[in-house]
Ligand binder design. Sequence first.
Ligand code: NAD
Ligand code: THR
Length: 373
Amino acid sequence: MPIVKNVSRAVSQLLQSSGCGCGISIVPIRCIGVSPRQVASDASFHSVSFSESDHPRVLITGGLGQLGVGLAKLLRKRFGKSNVILSDIRKPADNVFYSGPFIYADILDYKNLREIVVNNRITWLFHYSALLSAVGEANVPLARAVNITGLHNVLDIAAEHNLRLFVPSTIGAFGPTSPRDPTPDLCIQRPRTIYGVSKVHAELMGEYYHYRYGLDFRCLRYPGIISADSQPGGGTTDYAVQIFHDAMKTGKFQCNLKPDTRLPMMYIDDCLKATLEVMEAPAEALSMRTYNISAMSFTPEELAQEVQKHIPELQVTYNVDEVRQAIADSWPMNFDDRNARRDWGWKHDYDLPELVTTMFSFLGSDSRIAQAN
Ligand SMILES: NC(=O)c1ccc[n+]([C@@H]2O[C@H](COP(=O)([O-])OP(=O)(O)OC[C@H]3O[C@@H](n4cnc5c(N)ncnc54)[C@H](O)[C@@H]3O)[C@@H](O)[C@H]2O)c1
Ligand SMILES: C[C@@H](O)[C@H](N)C(=O)O
């Protein structure tokens, strides 16, 4: 194996060379000039010319799901419309297409993704593409491809081009053997869904690339997210969005989880605020690269009672979906987010009553507009 020997000798010489300025334990890709995809070393130098005083140039993958459009809106307000590119493999609605830059990007197409990053001089990447917990169980091969192979593509491109990378994780990254009430940042993680397994993999790979190559990887474990103007993509916590729509439309709601199933939840504005805050936090403030964030925790019964304060005639019945129930029973009931609060000042704005009032004022004003038209 002379080639292997030569390469390892060259790498060890590079590691020891004082000119590189690298420590032995942290080896940024640009120092050894060999990326995980064997891209020429000068590939990363192009993006290094980005000045920190400029606005970041942002790409959001999987941006047409429940969270991406709201994230683009928030980031465009902060960094300017033209600096934030939304992408997905689906066709955007007119209002999304005309609200700012949109591009087709399949995260499984490595070359296409790299071309987008290079041509648009991307400096920050928010990686939102994923198959969520319930749809993931219904199509494991696709979930494995999108959530694991897709993540590998994103990690390599981010490392090669010196990007700051945000990858969301989830309460679903924990499992039945994790402490569930509360669940700390660091504990046993043995999830029993392909979604959870892929998210633990993403957390570990991102942290590994951070320590091994200096990748600026940042990750938050989101609770179930509740939003009024976007639909959830097939998760276990979807009921907590659906109840609002059904309460408004029919006054009847059939819940697919048992009434006492407690899960951590969060209003979308808090989720997106946390995402921007952790991306803007100075690196020295981050004692970890993956944080839990928390706002509230409730059961379907407690949510229904709060909703009934606004729509007293709402009738709730229960028809349990065994797959979703088994998933929910293995997830945290409460999330311990003390580290996020201490390190970068995380603080939620919405508790359960505030969330329900906000959802109804949003949906209420929407329906009034629909009637007027
Ligand atoms: N919504 C939540 O409650 C929640 C909670 C925890 C974590 N998260 C995470 O946040 C991220 C965004 O969640 P969401 O609710 O918007 O998800 P979503 O399911 O609503 O949207 C995911 C998007 O990924 C896209 N996608 C699928 N395959 C793709 C491919 N090959 N290339 C590019 N895009 C592809 C889909 O078209 C879809 O628009 C996900 O990573 C999810 O795991 C969400
Ligand atoms: C919790 C989260 O990751 C997603 N909403 C799901 O239920 O799958």
